[in-house]
Design a protein around this ligand. Structure first.
Ligand SMILES: [Zn+2]
Length: 85
C-alpha cells in the first residue's frame, strides 16, 4: 500500500480507450460473491473495449481500518487535494 500523497491527478483524456480513443472510465465495483472492492477499467463510449478489473483485497468494512483521527478539525471550506471539507 502507498500513501495518497504519492499520487497525482490524471486528465481523463490521458488514458484513452485503445479502440475508440475516448477517455476510459475507472469505476468502483464490488464482487458479487466475495464483497471485495474492485476498480474496473472500461470504455463507456464504444462498448467494444471490455477492459478489466483490479482487486483491492478490501471490503467496504475494511475501509474503516484506514481512518486516522485528526489532531484538530479541519476548517470548513479548506480544499485539500481536490476534496472540500
Ligand atoms: Zn472505446
Amino acid at each position: 500500500m502507498i500513501s495518497v500523497f504519492e499520487l497525482e491527478e490524471v486528465d481523463p483524456s490521458d488514458i484513452p480507450c485503445p479502440i475508440c480513443g475516448s477517455p476510459l472510465s475507472i469505476l468502483r465495483r464490488i464482487h458479487r460473491e466475495t464483497g471485495e472492492l474492485a476498480i474496473m477499467v472500461t470504455c463507456e463510449f464504444c462498448g467494444e473495449y471490455i477492459g478489466f478489473a483490479i482487486k483491492t483485497g478490501l471490503t467496504v468494512e475494511d475501509l474503516k481500518k484506514f481512518i486516522k483521527p485528526r489532531k484538530r478539525p479541519i476548517k470548513k471550506g479548506v480544499a485539500i487535494h481536490g476534496l472540500t471539507y
